[in-house]
Write a protein that binds this ligand. Structure first.
Ligand code: PEP
Length: 252
């Protein structure tokens, strides 16, 4: 997938919402002239069919899932295969979100399995990386985010990131109201791009790298001015249609 000058804004609803929320949210989006932005919404999987139905009238908005099984369909109770997500018009899927790493003990190897399962099925994986507060204080940020790429790079090199997205999400900024400054975020985005560039400059140049961590309308514009910040992965603020739209409009 080719990076364009358009920002990509993805909303991660996490385990929030209801049928009523899905209906009201997409109705609000359909009443609005959407900005020149790639917009992705990732509701809980159970709402994907309803969201897909609502999005028939909103072709500019794409659907994403929050997680995917590393396995093909079969005896994996509770899991959802990439092919099933595709059946419900999903185009994107988050892999390696810090909440999956922390609460489900997902390892880089398991995340790489999910990443490649998503790609093999034709989904666009969004690989989330980021350091904890303690790691930042210990000046380990760069080592941590680079190591979170390494399982994927060691299996397939930079080609793996052709048709994928990266999201830098400092764990200390997720859901805390603390945001990395544009300069802090830019420094890590540049490092991520340079790391991929060490393998393949074409892939590095066209890779979109999103920033996530308490993005809201009030801070989005400053983040989007940074040359290596290609969009945002938005959690809490993506649940309110007005706030999400305001973030999508911040790239002016
Ligand atoms: C996220 O869940 O990916 C996220 C960035 O959350 P928030 O915007 O609420 O910090």
């Amino acid at each position: 997938m080719t990076k364009t000058s358009k920002k990509l804004i993805a909303g991660n609803w996490k385990m929030n919402g209801s049928q009523q929320h899905v209906a009201a949210f997409f109705q609000r989006l359909s009443q609005h002239t959407l900005p020149n932005t790639e917009i992705v919404v990732c509701p809980p999987s159970i709402y994907l069919p309803q969201a897909a139905q609502s999005l028939k009238a909103l072709p500019q908005v794409k659907l994403g899932a929050q997680d995917v099984s590393a396995h093909l369909p079969g005896a994996y109770t509770g899991e959802i295969a990439a092919s099933m997500l595709l059946e419900h018009d999903c185009r994107y899927v988050l892999v390696g979100h810090s909440e999956r790493r922390e609460y489900h003990q997902e390892t880089d190897a398991q995340i790489a399995d999910k990443f490649f399962a998503a790609k093999a099925a034709g989904l666009i994986p969004v690989l989330c990386v980021g350091e904890t507060h303690a790691q930042r204080l210990a000046e380990q940020t760069n080592a941590v985010v680079v190591s979170q790429l390494s399982d994927i790079l060691s299996r397939q090199g930079a080609t793996a990131f052709d048709g994928a997205l990266l999201a830098y999400e400092p764990v200390w900024a997720i859901g805390t109201g603390l945001t990395a400054t544009p300069e802090q975020a830019e420094a890590v985005h540049l490092l991520l791009r340079e790391t991929i560039d060490g393998y393949d400059s074409t892939v590095a140049e066209r890779l979109s790298i999103l920033y996530g961590g308490s993005v809201k309308a009030a801070n989005a514009a400053a983040l989007f001015k940074m040359p290596n910040i290609d969009g945002a992965l938005v959690g809490g603020a993506s649940l309110q249609a007005e706030e999400f739209l305001a973030i999508c409009e911040s790239n002016k």
